[in-house]
Write a protein that binds this ligand. Structure first.
Ligand code: ADP
Ligand code: MG
Length: 569
């Protein structure tokens, strides 16, 4: 196993790392630190949260600083104030043995005065949120003309938060001969665009499998009707004892509502959302870090600065709008070698989102059932029994009380004692779930409505007769890859090594994305759009007659003809 001493870091930094208590570098540190110290190239790092990226870029930057100079040599952009402060604190700690090191953090929502003062002092490293830094640049305060390192930390989050214009402005004005380092948990097109526009031949470092969520997280999803979500949430909480979890909701209204209902129902839960003042947010986060309360209901943005290592669960009360947010949420459990679970409540119309998330995280989400009342009672009883079996009895401490206990329970025999002892812990669940209903929706077999007409797009796949593919398999593959039985499919043509399939143009992109990389009999599917080869004016050569409009006829199921036959045309 590689050690920090082998990475080429100087003793001032190695001492600080040792003081910090780190023993071995994380994989991304082991790869990135020597690279940044020896090569002059830009770098993109694709890695989940919690993989140690701050030290991976922070240590080489610190080693490269010219501390005699008063110019700003490194800029680290982070999505939120909390992350900025966290990175800044960490860098200051690694650099604590570097004489004369000046660092500063700037972020929005705070007065300009002190930040301007700090910037005028000529910090070597600035950590900033994009919005505030852009404002300061516009005022002519910060000077990035001598910058040597520009770090985009959590680039996908910055773009999710709408910092596109600010990033463009900052990247376009900072010293063009700087090195740019970009870190992101996912690589959506917007992030790829930033990399393509502002980075030179970047070296790509991927920590773990590309786009994969942390290895020890198990992903479950539960189908529920939207109106049963809260009841379902309670059951997920009740079935586990000792749950330490963040419950993510899409909006602050939902956060407030869920937290209020949980409190009313006897759970200890706090709410974290953007309406709270900073000091309130800080105290909510502090309490939660200490584990009391052990449930936190939060929006994605508000929870960003919250660093907790030992969450047992992340619950997606709502699925996030952006898949990258799912990765960030789930990356908060299963940390530091522990295992964790990510539980998503998915309502009936969100099936395709599951497939989308699976593709990005590169693993299956297991479909699980909302526990029924008696499942919960049973689980809690088993848990109680385990705790009774495992508890350490301190004879000395309980000794003095035993006689009194014996006397007061003398009237009960063993059987009665057991019953009472269970009921103390258990009545709450028995009462709560007496007569409770099953929240798992019955899956309706009726096919959902599909659009019957509209423009079609032809896609070519790199499988054909040689792979013995037939139309039903192509249709099956599309349905499965997109997790939908609802996509209108037109003509299918199969050649020796490829096939063409027409799909509803509104769905074409989804089909394309879902099928690309899909595997058919061991062969990786590649999809390309077939260019429209119809003459601009004349008649279409397709199977349908031009109706003057650019669309095929409606594909209606015809009596007595099998789907396969009509598609095989
Ligand atoms: P990321 O930026 O990838 O989300 P961080 O840099 O914030 O991750 O690191 C996550 C946590 O791991 C932090 O608490 C950090 O102090 C700790 N950490 C980083 N590197 C190591 C290491 N080599 N050994 C142990 N802990 C580490
Ligand atoms: Mg980080």
């Amino acid at each position: 196993m590689i050690s920090f001493d082998q990475l080429g870091l100087n003793t001032a930094l190695l001492d600080a790392i040792k003081a910090r208590g780190f023993e071995t570098p994380t994989p991304i540190q082991a790869e990135m630190i020597p690279f940044l110290l020896t090569e002059e190239r830009d770098v993109t790092g694709l890695a989940q949260t919690g993989t140690g990226k701050t030290a991976a870029f922070g240590l080489p930057i610190l080693q490269n600083l010219d501390l005699q100079s008063r110019s700003t040599q490194a800029l680290i952009l982070t999505p939120t104030r909390e992350l900025g402060l966290q990175v800044s604190r960490e860098i200051a700690e690694y650099g604590k043995n570097l004489r004369g090191l000046r660092t500063t953090t700037v972020y929005g929502g705070a007065p300009f005065g002190p930040q301007i003062r700090d910037l005028r002092a000529g910090p070597h490293i600035i950590t900033a949120t994009p919005g505030r830094l852009k404002d300061l640049l516009d005022k002519g305060i910060a000077d990035l003309s001598a910058l040597r390192f520009l770090v985009l930390d959590e680039a996908d989050q910055m773009l999710d938060m709408g910092f596109k214009d600010e990033l463009d402005a900052i990247l376009a004005t900072a010293n063009p001969s700087r090195r740019t380092l970009l870190f992101s948990a996912t690589m959506p097109p917007e992030v790829a665009r930033i990399a393509a526009t502002y980075m030179k031949n970047p070296h790509e470092i991927v920590s773990g499998r590309r786009n994969q969520s942390v290895g020890t997280v198990i992903h479950y999803f539960y189908r529920v009707h939207a109106h049963d979500k809260y009841e379902a949430l309670r059951r997920l909480i009740d079935v586990k004892s000792g749950m330490y979890a963040i419950i993510f909701c899409r909006t602050r209204e939902t956060v407030k509502d869920v937290a209020a209902r949980l409190s009313r129902d006897g759970y200890t839960a706090d709410a974290l959302h953007g309406e709270l003042a900073q000091n309130q947010r800080d105290s909510v986060m502090d309490r939660f870090r200490e584990g009391n309360p052990s449930l936190l209901v939060a929006t994605d943005v508000a929870a960003r600065g919250l660093d907790v290592d030992n969450l047992t669960h992340v619950i997606h009360y709502d699925l996030p709008d952006e898949v990258s947010a799912y990765t960030h949420r789930s990356g908060r459990t299963g940390r530091a070698g522990k295992s964790g679970a990510s539980l998503a409540l998915v309502h009936m119309r969100e099936g395709h989102r599951v497939a989308q998330i699976e593709r990005i995280i590169g693993r299956k989400m297991e479909e699980a059932k909302i526990p029924r009342g008696h499942d919960i009672c049973e689980a809690r009883l088993m848990d109680l029994l385990l705790r009774v079996k495992d508890v350490e009895v301190n004879e000395e401490a309980v000794g003095p009380y035993l006689q009194a206990v014996r006397d007061s329970l003398a009237e009960f025999d063993r059987e009665e004692l057991l019953q009472r002892f269970i009921s103390v812990e258990f009545n709450r669940f028995l009462e709560q779930y007496a007569g409770s209903v099953d929240l798992n929706p019955t899956v309706s077999k009726a096919p959902p409505k599909r659009r019957e007409s509209g423009p079609m797009v032809s896609l070519r796949l790199n499988v054909g007769r040689r792979q013995s593919i037939l139309p039903p398999q192509i249709i099956g593959m599309i349905n499965k890859a997109t997790d939908s039985g609802n996509i209108r499919i037109g003509r299918i043509n199969i050649d020796a090594d490829s096939c063409e399939v027409q799909v509803d143009s509104a769905m074409a992109q989804r089909v394309e994305q879902a099928l690309n990389g899909y595997s058919f009999q061991g062969k990786t599917i590649r999809v390309e759009r077939v260019a429209d080869r119809r003459p601009a004016t004349g008649k279409q050569r397709g199977p349908w007659r031009s109706s003057g409009k650019d669309r095929p006829p409606a594909r209606r199921p015809k009596k007595g003809r099998k789907d396969k036959a009509s598609r095989n045309g």
